[in-house]
Ligand binder design. Structure first.
Ligand code: NAD
Length: 299
């Protein structure tokens, strides 16, 4: 039976640290970390995410602002808002919730965010810093950053000699995850939809990260005995056993099979999921410390 990596618990620890850092900042007369969350339109899932981010920001003691814009908002209007937030000294983190409506180009909007306020880590400057190993000054995307903290809990910070396989090559999860593992001295392979014989490749992994978006794709016999398995996937599937029309969340890993083989594994829900918002708070407090001319706190 694998060790279950409790992401909820680790996320709470991160949030506790953010609160303490926020208190210290105020005690030094440097104000509060400020997070602006921008949502355009009424996508129900996005509304849930945004509400949860704003709530956690308030809980951390941040100056938390939410901008809810009409679905018909033009790109120029959104860019004007970003420009105001870039110039606002009370704001240290700007997050634009994706997806954006069709009339707005997400890439243009993300690149308009000042890199020092890009707490999602999607700006080319931050992507480039991560790619060149400049982790001391980069903002790293929240989901892979949180996944890395979970891996550290099991394997420590130096992963020398370990093979990692990341399934998925998205800019939000797969690629930054691979770069983080590389910086920690893993030997990294990135697999994707065109990879041949994925099960055999997965079995070479001491650290296996699944970020695909396919329910329970990774089977128990894909897992090397003793491996650390990080399941980033969040998939809602029908659950007729709970009643008609009911659903449940599963990851990209067939948990019941994999936990018999793995050394450690993240559950879904309660694994990587809670880490994402916690790392957004961490990035925002880091940004506020840097803006105040203080040393960068580490997580
Ligand atoms: P994405 O759709 O952008 O990327 C999916 C990747 O999986 C692609 O690179 C694709 O090549 C690869 N892929 C698709 N089918 C494959 C197959 N059959 N075999 C191998 N690889 C395959 O998705 P994403 O944004 O990276 O998200 C991945 C999953 O992680 C989703 O379930 C998403 O909901 C979840 N997610 C969770 C969090 C969190 O907070 N825990 C955050 C972001 C994403």
């Amino acid at each position: 039976m694998a060790q279950v990596i409790d992401g909820k618990n680790v996320a709470e620890e991160v949030v506790r640290k953010v609160k303490a850092l926020t208190g210290d900042l105020a005690a030094q007369g440097k104000g509060k970390p400020g997070l602006a969350v921008v949502i355009v339109g009424e996508d129900p899932a996005s509304q849930v995410y945004v509400a949860s981010k704003s709530r956690t920001a308030k809980e951390c003691g941040f100056h938390s602002v939410q901008h809810t814009l009409d679905a018909a908002t033009t790109q120029a209007e959104l860019l004007a808002l970003i420009s105001r937030l870039n110039a606002d000294p009370e704001i240290h983190g700007i997050l634009v919730q994706l997806p954006l409506p069709g009339q707005i180009d997400a890439g243009t909007v993300i690149q308009a965010i000042a890199p020092e306020k890009d707490v999602d880590g999607f700006h080319f400057i931050n992507v480039g810093k991560l790619g060149t190993g400049e982790l001391e000054t980069a903002f790293v995307p929240c989901t892979p950053a949180g996944s890395m903290l979970l891996i550290e809990r099991v394997r420590g910070k130096d992963l020398s000699g370990l093979n990692a396989v990341v399934i998925g090559r998205s800019n939000i999860v797969g690629k930054p995850m691979a770069n983080l593992l590389l910086s920690a001295n893993c030997t990294v392979t990135v697999a994707h939809s065109r990879t041949r014989d994925l099960p055999a490749l997965a079995r070479t992994a001491d650290i296996l990260v699944a970020a695909v978006g396919r329910p329970e794709m990774v089977r128990g016999d894909w897992v090397k005995p003793g491996a650390t398995v990080i399941d980033v996937g969040i998939n809602r599937i029908p659950a007729p056993e709970k009643g008609e029309g009911k659903t449940r969340l599963v990851g990209d890993v067939a948990y019941a099979e994999a936990e018999k083989v793995a050394g450690a594994i993240t559950p879904v829900p309660g694994g990587v999921g809670p880490m994402t918002i916690a790392m957004l708070m961490a990035n925002t407090v880091v940004s506020a410390y840097l803006a105040a001319g203080l040393d960068r706190p580490s997580f």
